[in-house]
Design a protein around this ligand. Structure first.
Ligand code: FES
Length: 107
């Protein structure tokens, strides 16, 4: 079930923001192209927050060891991480951003 997370304008393009949705911490990412993505906010290589990393293009970089994850697929494209993080469906309804953490798109 989708839950209201924030407003579109709460998310800065090119940055990630942590949000708690359905008891899970999610990294909300608004890319420079305006698209909004929601991924699991824990690196698959270690217990650190991906939302504290840098966003470049469609990637977010883990601040600890530098793995970059594609926010569309959750897949790491650079080591040392090898496992994907979960990607959650995002819906925009007017100015509101909804995420469904119960239905990851990449399981
Ligand atoms: S903890 Fe993220 S790459 Fe190592």
């Amino acid at each position: 079930m989708r839950e209201l997370v924030c407003a579109v304008d709460d998310l800065t393009p090119g940055q990630a923001h942590a949000a708690v949705v359905g008891g899970k911490t999610v990294a909300m990412v608004r890319l420079d192209d305006g698209t909004i993505h929601a991924i699991e906010d824990e690196c698959s290589h270690g217990s650190v927050s991906l939302s504290e990393g840098e966003v470049a293009g469609c990637f977010i970089e883990c601040w600890l060891h530098g793995s970059r994850f594609d926010v569309n697929t959750g897949t790491p494209v650079t080591p040392p991480a090898t496992a994907a993080v979960l990607v959650y469906p995002v819906e925009i309804d007017g100015e509101d951003v909804y995420v469904d953490v119960e239905s990851p798109t990449n399981l």
